[in-house]
Design a protein around this ligand. Structure first.
Ligand SMILES: [Zn+2]
Length: 197
C-alpha cells in the first residue's frame, strides 16, 4: 500500500515520532472523515502561510512582530538569547522574565559543523548595535550542552564590546538538559540565579 507507506514516512519525519507512532497517526488519517482531513490540510496550509519570523527577535509571529515584541510593557534593555522558539515559550510560561528575546534558530556546533553564520547571530549583533547602548544586559539561555556552551562563548566575544553585562542562566539546570523540558519553577530560578560571564 504505497499511499499508506507514504503518509507513515511523512509522520516519521516529525520530531520524536517513532515507527509505531507514525503508523498510529497514519491509521488515524485513514479512519478520519473527509471534513476532518480538510481541516487538517487547511490548518497545515494556514500555519505555513501566516506564521513567519518576528522581524525583531526571530520568534514565530503572525504579522511583523511576535506577541512579546508587540507588547509595549516589555523591557527592551534586557535581551534573553535562546536557541529555539520553544525555549522562548518555556521561559514565557515561567512568567519570571519581563525583557525581550532573541531566537538564534540553532547553536554553533563544532561537532556537527554548524557555523556562526548559519544561525541568527549577526542579526543579534546588528540589533544590539542599532540600539546604541540601550541594551543593558544579554542573558544567554542556550542549552547547557556542548553546543550551547560553544554558542555562549561565541556570543560573549561578539557582544562584549557593546554590552556591559552578559549573563548565563545556571542555577539548577540539569547538565545536558533542554530548556523546554525544564519545569517552570526551575526555569524561574535559573533566570534569577544567572551569573555574569
Ligand atoms: Zn519578537
Amino acid at each position: 500500500m504505497k499511499a499508506l507507506e507514504k503518509i507513515i514516512g511523512v509522520f516519521r519525519k516529525f520530531p520524536g515520532v517513532g515507527p509505531k507512532q507514525a503508523e498510529r497517526f497514519a491509521l488515524y488519517v485513514v479512519r478520519a472523515s473527509n471534513p476532518e482531513i480538510e481541516n487538517l490540510v487547511e490548518a497545515l496550509r494556514g500555519v505555513k502561510a501566516s506564521v513567519k519570523h518576528c522581524s525583531e527577535c526571530y520568534n514565530y509571529a503572525e504579522g511583523d512582530l511576535c506577541p512579546v515584541c508587540s507588547d509595549p510593557n516589555r523591557d527592551r534593555s534586557l535581551i534573553c538569547v535562546v536557541e529555539r522558539p520553544q525555549d522562548l515559550a518555556a521561559i514565557e510560561k515561567a512568567k519570571s522574565f519581563s525583557g525581550v528575546y532573541h531566537v538564534l534558530h540553532g547553536a554553533v556546533s563544532p561537532a556537527s559543523g554548524v557555523q556562526p553564520d548559519q544561525i541568527k547571530l549577526k542579526e543579534l549583533l546588528d540589533r544590539v548595535r542599532a540600539a546604541d547602548g540601550a541594551v543593558k544586559e544579554i542573558i544567554v539561555a542556550t542549552n547547557p550542552d556542548a553546543d550551547g556552551e560553544a554558542t555562549a562563548m561565541y556570543l560573549i566575544r561578539l557582544l562584549k564590546p557593546y554590552v556591559d553585562r552578559i549573563t548565563r542562566i545556571a542555577y539548577g539546570m540539569p547538565l545536558g538538559g533542554d530548556i523546554d523540558y525544564m519545569d517552570e519553577v526551575t526555569l524561574g530560578y535559573a533566570l534569577k540565579g544567572r551569573v555574569k560571564i
